[in-house]
Design a protein around this ligand. Structure first.
Ligand SMILES: Nc1ncnc2c1ncn2[C@@H]1O[C@H](COP(=O)(O)OP(=O)(O)OP(=O)(O)O)[C@@H](O)[C@H]1O
Length: 244
């Protein structure tokens, strides 16, 4: 009990607070003892080479993989064991990297299926149109027929449509041309400016990450290897971790 109180005290004031989080698959722990905070309105980039556990950590926060140790708190509330749907209701938006869209369903249905109620659809579509107008003009188009960049914008729009207070975004810039990356960076900046949302963004694109984030952390073999501010020295320091 004292331990739980201590963890919640440590989480107070943070939009997201991870304290000693451990998780994995089967007998293997992939994420190990990760402690990390995202302040209200802050954007933190989670960096690291392939297979270091970045996606696993986001899935653990989102309740898609059970944590084996430590605590996850959102706005000071312990959320371990909560379903993804409950987290969405608490104001979490998630843009996953893997199998994110129903390719044979329309844009409209991809958005609709991520809502707890159809009643929310008109408001959600307004948010989507505000960020990416082309999506609202093409609601009947099958998601699988969108270009790669358009699909990424749909994935992000879906995460944004309920105006989340905390966004978890997994490699949204992957495979995108610079003009689309610019549109995505602009959307994230607008969201933060309008609603003060906090974000944890997993990225391989270091330039994009350091452009949009306030701070970064490098995950190596499931552990936080280093972290710091997105200042002029950040690029070199992060690269020193990614190149070894
Ligand atoms: N469902 C799964 N079952 C077993 N092992 C898994 C599963 N998903 C991922 N892993 C393993 O967990 C490790 C971390 O994977 P994860 O996807 O979290 O890394 P990542 O840092 O996000 O990498 P990437 O940048 O390539 O997406 C890898 O060794 C991967 O093979």
């Amino acid at each position: 009990m004292a331990e739980a109180a201590r963890e919640l005290e440590a989480a107070a004031g943070a939009a997201l607070a991870l304290d000693g989080v451990t998780s994995g698959y089967g007998a293997v722990s992939i994420v190990r003892d990760v402690s990390l905070k995202v302040a209200p309105g802050e954007i933190v980039a989670l960096l690291g080479k392939n297979g270091m556990g970045k996606t696993t950590l986001l899935k653990t926060i989102m309740g898609l993989i059970p944590s084996r140790g430590g605590s996850v708190a959102i706005d000071g509330q312990a959320v371990a064991g909560m379903s993804p749907a409950r987290l969405v209701a608490l104001g979490v938006g998630y843009a996953p990297q893997e199998q994110p869209l129903f390719q044979d369903l329309s844009i409209r249905d991809n958005l609709r299926l991520a809502l707890p109620s159809d009643r929310l659809l008109p408001g959600a579509l307004d948010v989507v149109a505000g960020h990416f107008p082309f999506l609202k003009d093409r609601l009947a188009q099958k998601a699988g027929t969108l270009s790669g960049g358009e699909q990424k914008m749909l994935i992000l729009a879906r995460a944004l449509m309920l105006r989340p207070r905390l966004l978890l975004i997994d490699e949204i810039s992957e495979g995108l041309q610079p003009s689309v990356i610019d549109r995505i960076a602009a959307a994230l900046a607008a969201v933060r400016g309008e609603s003060g949302a906090s974000m944890l963004i997993v990225e391989q694109n270091l330039d994009f990450a350091l452009r949009v984030a306030d701070r970064w952390a490098v995950l190596k073999l499931g552990e936080i290897d280093d972290e710091g501010p997105a200042d002029p020295g950040a690029r070199e320091r992060v690269l020193s971790h990614l190149s070894v």
